[in-house]
Design a protein around this ligand. Structure first.
Ligand code: GDP
Length: 690
């Protein structure tokens, strides 16, 4: 049962943690008949949060893709995590989806994390609709959230509904339904929340509804002449015209249609789905993907249209373990993916077996034979491919842009207790690395320890718990510590000369290079300005390769990876005795000597903190942050709460979540994400030079 490409919607729910993403997802599945009961997050029985870790913490960490039908459309819903320790997960999902539903809580409104995800969605140019949830909560305010989206997120939300009432049942005018400003009907929902019931607008609400409709139309006519004409003639535009303008302006990312409700109480979700079907893009609305055409001896860019007749290409964006082998989630960008076929992973130059194709509908899985263009499917059979890898037709290789992942900022040593555990640990870590590319694991043969690294304390804790609980491993876990890097203070040049006797013969090579600190590179960027007039080109490639290899563990203070460093090869000299080994040696010597001259320094990871605290604790937080060497980047008053943005070294933030809970009696919240690498205090370098 294949779907026409224009009827596919690849969407994600993007939200601040606790805004109600899981509850909304559950409701959607229920409305579409994919599940027979509404899971309740609070009871840990939901369909998409299937990882035990998530259920325990109540956060969605490992996003899964669920497929369902609505209004003739096939919706592939990617469940993106909201916790900023998992930003990479969110970015990875944004890369493969075509549209988003941004969920806000009507009570909390736009929070620090909403800003992060909104910015990410801008970066990936994701058209979106907004859903204001939790209108039944005490203190809910539709209009404040709309203006916060405008002012804080610089969005352009267009309410296409008006809530009727606000707040819980015991208030005078509780939230009970909404007015559809296009059909001009009052909408209530069946008891199970799965269907909308359209009624006439009660007369006492008519004036407000007409005013709200007028505002909507006046905003929209800025984007369409026909609608403008209609309004100038004082005619009432047809519903279809309004839908068309909403869709076009959404796709052009000029507006975000805004709907509202209460997912928990079954109000509004069917209309969220209508908006998804109507206004969010199909894969056909997206520009063709581009990538490197990987052909022998020739590298050029090519693009692939979302068309079944194009050669197949797709991107692996998620790998999940399953009893039958890894389940690799693939977005098909062009052509079709067939089961029992062979594809190429051009990045690794490996052929892969596509044994089976699957779709997941809630808790049920369906095996399919063909993954059509534009669709998202799960593949069983891949062995070498990891998150971020391209798959393509072996006859028409193309390498899509890989997904960028930030550097890890924190590490923890773990030691298996027995030989059996050691073997199993190795396998489990390999699998976890395939699933989560922001996680690293390296084994130190000398100490028998394995170092695992990630994006923050919570990230490592989640991994630790999986090892201990899900895989029942006996491992000793050491305290986490920060990942330092090394760089230099100032530019320096140096020369390395090799006159080596190798196997009785003298070999000559000379390399001159410059090292300088740079803000733009994460690791070590290596380029050349050397003239190749008198030197064979292969010697230059050897030199560049040797220098790139210096990145990991190349620092001269503590052997930390080098970062924010630019190396430029200035000149090479060779004679008839020169060979590759001599050039490697000369390059290494020039590099070491330039590093020493340029003043090596240690860099430490700095996190961006967004703290939301009741105003009365603000002073305590600022004082505490200053003790932690933090820079306060700004504070903002948000009703009874104050939001503090600070940049603080990770080294000072261990256990910060619990420290802040005691500072505020549990009333403050914090989000943290890697922000930058800054020079560490001299004491850090001194401790390695003793
Ligand atoms: P997520 O972290 O964004 O996935 O949010 P959840 O779906 O887990 O919801 C967080 C909490 O808010 C849970 O306790 C839900 O029961 C509750 N919740 C979700 N939607 C609503 C709503 O519309 N009204 C109310 N009152 N509570 C809600």
């Amino acid at each position: 049962m294949s779907t026409k490409i224009e009827n596919i919607r690849n969407i994600g729910i993007i939200a601040h943690i606790d805004a109600g993403k899981t509850t909304v997802t559950e409701r959607m599945l229920f409305c579409c008949g994919s599940t027979h009961r509404v899971g309740e997050v609070d009871k840990g029985t939901t369909e998409t949060d299937f990882d035990e870790e998530e259920q325990e913490r109540g956060i969605t960490i490992y996003s899964a893709c669920v497929t369902f039908k609505w209004a003739g459309k096939t919706v592939n819903l990617l469940d993106t995590p909201g916790h900023v320790d998992f930003t990479a997960e969110v970015e990875r999902c944004l890369r493969v989806l075509d549209g988003g539903v941004v969920v806000f809580s009507a009570r909390e409104g736009v929070e620090a994390q909403s800003e992060t995800v909104w910015r990410q969605a801008n970066k990936y140019k994701v058209p979106r609709i907004c859903f204001i949830n939790k209108l039944d909560r005490e203190g809910a305010s539709f209009s404040s959230v709309v203006s916060e989206i405008r002012n804080r997120l610089e969005g352009n939300p267009i309410p296409i509904q008006m809530p009727v009432g606000e707040g819980p049942a015991h208030v005078a005018d509780p939230f009970r339904g909404l007015i559809d400003l296009i059909r001009m009907k009052y909408v209530e929902f069946t008891d199970d929340g799965s269907k909308a019931v359209y009624l006439d607008i009660p007369s006492e609400l008519m004036d407000d509804a007409e005013l709200a409709r007028q505002e909507m139309l006046e905003e929209l006519c800025n984007f369409d002449n026909e609608l403008m004409e209609c309004l100038l003639q004082e005619e009432s535009p047809a519903d279809d015209l309004i839908h068309r303008v909403l869709r076009e302006a959404t796709l052009a990312q000029q507006i975000q249609p805004l709907v509202c409700g209460s997912a928990l109480h079954g109000i509004g979700v069917p209309l969220v789905l209508d908006a998804v079907a109507r206004y969010l893009p199909s894969p056909l609305d997206m520009p063709p993907v581009t990538g490197l055409a990987v052909k022998k001896r020739k590298e050029e860019h090519e693009s692939r249209k979302p068309d079944a007749s194009e050669p197949f290409c797709g991107l692996v964006f998620k790998v999940l373990p399953a009893k039958t082998g890894d389940l690799s989630w693939v977005r098909v960008y062009s052509g079709e993916l067939k089961s029992n076929s062979r594809v190429l992973n051009p990045g690794k130059d490996k052929k892969e077996n596509v044994a089976q194709l699957w779709k997941v509908h809630g808790s049920k899985r369906e095996q399919i034979q063909l993954g059509p263009t534009g669709d998202i499917i799960a593949v069983i059979g891949l062995r070498s491919s990891v998150t971020g890898d391209t798959l393509c037709d072996p006859q028409h290789p193309i390498l899509l842009e890989t997904i960028e992942f930030p550097e890890t900022v924190i590490s923890m040593a773990i030691e298996p207790e027995t030989t059996g555990d050691r073997k199993k640990l190795g396998e489990v870590l390999e699998m976890m690395k395939r699933q989560d590319p922001t996680f690293r694991a390296t084994e130190n043969e000398d100490t028998g320890q394995t170092l695992i690294s990630g994006m923050g304390e919570l990230h490592l804790e989640v991994i630790k718990n999986r090892l201990l609980r899900d895989f029942n491993l006996n491992v000793k876990v050491h305290k986490p510590r920060v990942n330092y890097r090394e760089s230099v203070k100032e530019p320096a040049t140096a020369k390395g000369e090799c006159h080596r006797q190798i196997a009785g013969q003298s070999h000559f090579a000379e390399v001159q290079l410059q090292i300088e600190p740079t803000e733009s590179a994460q690791g070590l960027s290596v380029t050349s300005r050397a003239s190749l007039e008198d030197v064979p080109a292969e010697f230059l490639s050897v030199v560049l390769d040797e220098l790139r290899n210096r990145s990991e563990g190349g620092g001269v203070i503590g052997g930390f990876p080098l970062s924010k460093l630019k190396v430029t090869v200035l000149a090479l000299r060779s004679d008839e005795t020169s060979n590759e080994i001599a050039f490697r040696i000369a390059a290494g010597m020039a590099f070491e000597s330039a590093l020493q001259k340029a003043g090596p320094i240690i860099l430490e990871p700095v996190m961006r903190l967004k703290i939301t605290t009741p105003e009365e604790h603000m002073g305590d937080f600022v004082g505490d942050l200053q003790q932690r060497r933090a820079l306060i980047a700004g504070t903002e008053n948000r009703g009874k709460f104050t939001e503090i943005e600070a940049h603080a070294p990770l080294a000072e933030l261990f256990g910060y979540s619990s420290a802040m809970r005691s500072l505020s009696q549990g009333r403050a919240g914090v989000s943290m994400e890697p922000f930058a690498y800054w020079p560490a205090p001299d004491s850090v370098a001194a401790s390695y030079q003793m």
